[in-house]
Design a protein around this ligand. Structure first.
Ligand code: PGA
Length: 247
């Protein structure tokens, strides 16, 4: 049985002061039972969030990491820096990073390998099509290609440690959620792709999340789908609504 996982992706939002206020207000109301709950804030907030959340079951993750060990990469963050902060998860290949910061399938692959070979951090690998690709029905090939590349040179044992987040770009921050059947259909397809690369054993345990305008109204239906093991939540994770989603 795959454990459900809800991840809040705060993106470039919140400050130390605002996050402290927000978390202290949601902490007493949020119930984390039989599932994983994670918040991925900006790098500068990780340490303070770890402190605020230490008496809860809520874990902290990062939104990105560089694939090189260290060096002349101005503005980047390496894995050792994140390990020192004792985070548990790291999002890689988010569509906003692919769109605005030249993230490619190959850098996503290098990042996944770096994380898996050198830490116990769980990579959350994002994939998903844009509107045009959905409209011309090329989304299956696109997502398959993203996954095949992301998992290149990753062994079975390493693959089961990963989470895949299916995030159709047209649904991110737009208020348009994929219909739960649409989301389920792609998450099921993703599981099949993993089965073809690895085996049924791997695809049975690897968790696949959905992300894109998930909110308190649609989360039940999405989470009840057999192949959707969790949600990657942007906008709604910055609001009290996140409590209802988790609860
Ligand atoms: P959204 O973002 O929930 O605001 O659509 C999801 C994401 O980008 O992870």
């Amino acid at each position: 049985m795959r454990k459900k996982i809800i991840v809040g992706n705060w993106k470039m939002n919140m400050t130390k002061t605002l996050s402290k206020e927000f978390l202290n207000s949601i902490k007493p109301k949020i119930k984390v039972e039989n599932m994983d709950v994670v918040i991925c804030p900006s790098f500068t907030l990780i340490e303070s969030l770890k402190g605020i959340l230490e008496d809860t079951n809520i874990k902290v993750g990062a939104q990105n990491v560089h694939f090189e060990k260290n060096g002349a990469y101005t503005g980047e963050i390496n894995l050792d820096m994140l390990k020192e902060l004792e985070i548990d998860y790291c999002i890689i290949g988010h569509s906003e990073r692919r769109q605005y910061f030249n993230e490619t399938d190959s850098t996503v692959n290098l990042k996944a390998i770096n994380i898996l070979n050198n830490s116990n951090i769980t990579p959350i690998i994002c994939v998903g099509e844009n509107l045009e690709q959905r409209q011309n029905n090329s989304m299956y090939d696109l997502v398959k290609g993203q996954i095949e590349k992301a998992f290149e040179n990753i062994s079975n044992d390493m693959a089961i440690k990963c989470i895949i987040a299916y995030e159709p770009i047209w649904a991110i921050g737009t208020g348009i959620t994929a219909a739960s059947e649409e989301a389920e259909d792609m998450c099921k397809y993703i599981r099949k792709v993993i089965e073809n690369i690895y085996s049924k054993d791997v695809s049975d345990v690897l968790r696949v999340q959905y992300g894109g305008s998930a909110n308190a109204k649609n989360c039940d239906e999405l989470l009840n789908m057999p192949n959707i093991d969790g949600l990657l939540v942007g906008g709604a994770s910055l609001k009290e609504e996140f409590i209802d989603m988790v609860n």
